[in-house]
Design a protein around this ligand. Structure first.
Ligand code: KIV
Length: 286
């Protein structure tokens, strides 16, 4: 039995792994719980609470300290995707197609997605782009690649869009985003991430399309929510977007632990007796 086939037992009930079909069927039901993960231990910690774990290209900024997601490579996504799959038994793992690995043509997108699916064992890929990506989404889904779409604020287009400001304030832009949502849903996306749009627009998109919307900086009207885990855990330092609620201060806990360790080492209180390997007692001769 593979890790993905294994079920977990909770309160006597077997919890089955979440599938693409169960995400698609969650439209209008209990909201989908989604977070990002980039490593095995974090995936293990989040797995039971989540329906979907996204190996987002946000790892470029969160893990590697890059300024944007643009320099993230397919090899980086595959390494982190495989690590997260090893830690997830319940949640559906989705891996981002990074910038430059799918925009050129549907065939390029298929080659990149096929590598991700084969080399990580994840259940689906995510790609950014609305109507302009409909042909690619159709090409992938017709060939057995489940696609999570990502519309509204698209971080990979930050150079073209000129920043991370919320989308859909102007009526024309709102109409274009609704058209994007329709196009990607009709092309076969099993769900749509809606990022950084004004709240009424997120509600309108959710009531317009037949597949679930997963909001980030959108609204509670979406069929699910996603956040960057490090943001909501308080691990990222510097600017935190308005739409993030901090559920923990793991960064402060790490700093405090490092300071306590430093004090112990400097005072020779660590390592203590219980941390030492003793020599084997000698057997007395004769
Ligand atoms: O890369 C990422 O983490 C994402 C989420 C913010 C949706 O795309």
């Amino acid at each position: 039995m593979s890790a993905r086939q294994a079920t977990t037992i909770e309160g006597g009930k077997a919890r089955k792994p979440v599938t693409v079909a169960s995400i698609r069927n969650a439209k209008g039901a209990e909201p989908l719980v989604c977070l990002t993960a980039y490593t095995t231990p974090v995936a293990q910690a989040l797995d039971e609470a989540c329906d979907l774990l996204l190996v987002g290209d946000s790892l470029g900024m969160v893990v590697y300290g890059l300024n944007s997601t643009i320099p993230v490579t397919l090899d980086m996504m595959i390494a982190h995707g495989a690590a997260v799959v090893r830690g997830a038994k319940h949640a559906l793992v989705v891996v981002d197609l990074p910038f430059g690995s799918y925009q050129e043509s549907p065939a390029q997108a298929f080659a990149s997605a096929a590598r991700i699916l084969a080399e990580t064992g994840c259940g689906a890929v995510k790609l950014e782009g609305g109507a302009v990506m409909a042909e690619t989404i159709n090409f992938l889904t017709e060939r057995g690649v489940p696609v999570l779409s990502h519309i509204g604020l698209q971080p990979q287009s930050v150079n073209a869009l000129g920043g991370y400001a919320a989308r859909g304030k102007a009526a024309a832009e709102a109409e274009a985003i609704v058209a994007d949502a329709r196009a990607v849903a009709e092309a076969g996306a099993f769900a749509v991430v809606v990022e950084g749009v004004v709240a009424p627009l997120a509600a309108r998109i959710t009531s317009t399309i037949r597949v679930p919307t997963i909001g980030i900086g959108a609204s509670a009207e979406c069929d699910g929510q996603i956040l960057v885990t490090d943001d909501m855990m308080g691990v990222t330092f510097g600017h935190v977007p308005k739409f993030v609620r901090r559920y923990a201060d793991v960064g402060a806990a790490m700093r405090a632990a490092a300071e306590a360790y430093a004090e112990d080492v400097r005072a020779r209180r660590f390592p203590a007796e219980e941390h030492l390997y003793g020599a084997k007692p000698k057997i007395a001769a004769g």
